[in-house]
Write a protein that binds this ligand. Structure first.
Ligand SMILES: CC(C)(COP(=O)(O)OP(=O)(O)OC[C@H]1O[C@@H](n2cnc3c(N)ncnc32)[C@H](O)[C@@H]1OP(=O)(O)O)[C@@H](O)C(=O)NCCC(=O)NCCS
Length: 129
């Protein structure tokens, strides 16, 4: 299968000068001005707000510099940390994609989240009032 083009930004532990994770755009559709985020972080650093902080910048960049209208995110149904991170990013839960992935021979459901440019603008405009 052909490799997909993706854009990732590395997340660094500055004190240790060590790469600890990544966040970025894992696919996009320019005709519909839509993209999807994906992220991962070393377990040692979980639950410190790192992915939320880094991905907030990616989302801002996607809306203000790349001109996207919709930014999606998906995670396995049981991935509570990832779901919570997307909620903290202002993404709205849109439903369940049933049997979306085949993992270790089992079909698993995914949660679908998204944020629209209008959602992003309304939060940012109200926070600067
Ligand atoms: C998912 C992941 C990227 C989150 O990164 P992170 O930096 O820990 O995320 P944040 O700290 O910004 O936010 C995580 C939130 O989930 C919450 N959380 C974590 N595990 C949870 C659980 N089992 N149940 C409920 N909430 C949970 C945290 O408390 C935090 O919320 P809070 O700030 O309100 O307390 C990281 O855990 C990871 O790399 N997991 C493995 C790879 C992965 O799942 N990638 C995503 C695939 S889409």
């Amino acid at each position: 299968m052909a490799r997909k083009k993706q854009y990732h930004w590395g997340i660094i532990d500055k004190a240790k000068n060590k790469l600890i994770g990544r966040t970025g755009f894992i696919q996009w559709n320019l005709e519909h001005e839509r993209t999807e985020i994906g992220f991962a972080l070393s377990r040692l650093y979980w639950n410190q707000g790192i992915i939320t902080e880094a991905t907030r910048l990616i989302i801002e960049y996607g809306f203000t510099h790349l001109g996207f209208n919709r930014i999606e995110g998906r995670c396995s149904y049981n991935n509570a940390g990832s779901a919570r991170a997307m909620e903290k990013l202002g993404m709205k839960w849109e439903g369940i994609l049933r049997g979306q992935l085949k993992m270790k021979g089992e079909f698993v459901d995914q949660r679908m989240y998204a944020i629209l440019r209008d959602d992003f603008d309304s939060v940012n405009n109200s926070s600067t009032l």
